[in-house]
Write a protein that binds this ligand. Structure first.
Ligand SMILES: Cc1ncc(COP(=O)(O)O)c(C=O)c1O
Length: 462
């Protein structure tokens, strides 16, 4: 691998010219300089740990379509898409035009907006489980609202969630988000493990942890808590749990249990909503009571949404009968910038666009699988729709404990990610990739070729 910097121009027609080496090693790097300044004023030098990489983050210069260029002039194909939130890639002309027009008309106010109603109608029209919707500002907030609405509706304080599943930063939602073998406890009774030092014991006590895709174990645990659970929170294909879709048997068992015991089923579709017009839930018989969304439905701007049963959503309705059970507001909720961007993005992410992107996703998964086969690397690929994840394990993991990377696997994954970055590809740091509509077969095939080189090096031991 060369250590010189490659400067390329941005085009949307062909794969990026491979980036060759880290700019900092050969030249004074703008990114390195900025990081030195950042370290003095930002903890760890960043505002979100996601952007960290060694020896320093790459700093954005510009991005367009599926290509992103850093301040050292290196262009890469972006398979991270801001952690799954840019369904039409960067600087999409339709979204830029819609936002620019709205900027001149005002960005946020205490008047309601027409576009909020337009977007609500659009979202409600995408799934039969959506009777009403409320917009918020992030996936974290959407999950928080779901859990509070479930508690307000049932009058019960506790929730159940899947071990290892990431649902954002709300206290209850982040319990057992990242346990390890020394903390996770017995598989029949996974422990409620704090993510953040100082998490109140009462929060841990109020969260019941379930194994993913194990209907018998999950129902046995739920049975011990019947009568005091407000909801079961489920991501149908949790990224950190391995990015493998839940079996219908598991989802049916959870739905059946919640119905029998007066608890709600809450789905987190913050990343999976892209899988079908109506989200990944469209592939299952079970219907949720509430769904949390975020990321791509904002067209690249901060957003979250909660949609579901009208009677549950009406816990937030100050005009309903009886006392208001869940007073809910938010200064920037349904701000017209996020609304116009989201509406433009989602209108164009119709059945044809979803199907095209899913086909490309299949091409990526099949291509990577074939590359694994040819190189003999002990790796595998999971995912569905327009998402995939590479694990440095021979067999696809079925739950968080199987997906958990050993130190040796982490080292191999870090090497593969470095190889891809230097070859001109930005991935999510679990070696997951998500597609955007500006991508075509050329970008997928370029990634697969680079992946094969990286896997061959892995199989050769370095
Ligand atoms: C499945 C899932 N739920 C919730 C969230 C939280 O969303 P946000 O980062 O917008 O708060 C994320 C973010 O990565 C997510 O992947």
């Amino acid at each position: 691998m060369s250590t010189s910097t490659t400067t390329t121009t941005t085009t949307n027609a062909a794969p990026a010219t491979p980036a060759t080496g880290d700019a900092s090693s050969a030249h004074a790097s703008r990114s390195a300089e900025l990081y030195a300044r950042a370290l003095r004023v930002l903890p760890g030098g960043v505002s979100r740990n996601t952007v960290l990489r060694d020896p320093h983050p790459a700093y954005l210069d510009r991005a367009s379509g599926c290509r992103i260029t850093d301040l050292d002039g290196v262009e890469r194909i972006d398979f991270a898409n801001n952690m799954c939130s840019l369904i039409h890639g960067h600087a999409d002309p339709g979204i830029v035009a819609a936002v620019t027009a709205q900027l001149a008309r005002g960005t946020a106010s205490t008047l309601a907006t027409e576009v909020e109603v337009d977007f609500a109608e659009h979202v409600v029209g995408r799934s039969p489980s959506f009777e009403k919707v409320r917009f918020v500002n992030s996936g974290t907030e959407a999950l928080m609202v779901c859990l509070k609405a479930a508690r307000a509706f049932t009058g019960r304080p506790r929730i159940a969630k899947v071990e290892g599943a990431y649902h954002g930063a709300y206290d209850a939602a982040e319990v057992s988000q990242a346990p390890g073998p020394d903390t996770w406890g017995d598989a029949d009774h996974p422990r409620s493990v704090p993510l953040v030092h100082g998490t109140p014991q009462s929060t841990l006590d109020d969260v019941v942890v379930l194994p993913f895709d194990d209907p018998e174990r999950a129902v046995a645990i739920l049975d011990e808590h019947r009568g005091d659970l407000a909801c079961v929170l489920l991501d149908l294909m949790p990224h950190r749990v391995g990015l493998r879709p839940a079996s219908p048997a598991f989802v049916d068992a959870i739905r059946d249990w919640t119905e029998r015991h007066g608890a709600l089923l809450v789905l987190d579709e913050v990343i999976t909503f892209r899988t079908e017009v109506g989200g990944l839930q469209a592939r299952y018989d079970a219907r949720p009571d509430l769904t949390a969304m975020g990321k791509m439905i904002g067209g690249g701007f901060p957003v979250g949404a909660v949609a579901g049963r009208a009677d549950v959503m009406d816990t937030m309705n100050p005009r309903g009968e009886g006392p208001l059970r869940f007073p809910h507001s938010g200064t920037f909720s349904a701000n017209p910038i996020s609304m116009v961007a989201g509406l433009e993005a989602m209108r164009r992410f119709d059945a044809a666009a979803v199907a095209r992107l899913n086909e490309l996703g299949e091409r990526a998964r099949r291509g990577i699988e074939a590359a694994i086969g040819r190189t003999g690397s002990a790796a595998c690929v999971t995912g569905t729709g327009s998402m995939f994840r590479v694990h440095m394990k021979a067999d696809p993991p079925r739950n968080y404990r199987e997906a958990w990377a050993t130190p040796a696997e982490k080292t191999r994954l870090a090497r593969l990610l470095d190889h891809l970055f230097h070859a001109g590809f930005v991935m999510i740091n679990t070696c997951s990739g998500v597609l955007s509509t500006p991508m075509g077969e050329a970008e997928i095939d370029a990634l697969v070729a680079a992946m094969e080189d990286g896997l061959a090096a892995d199989a050769a031991g370095g």
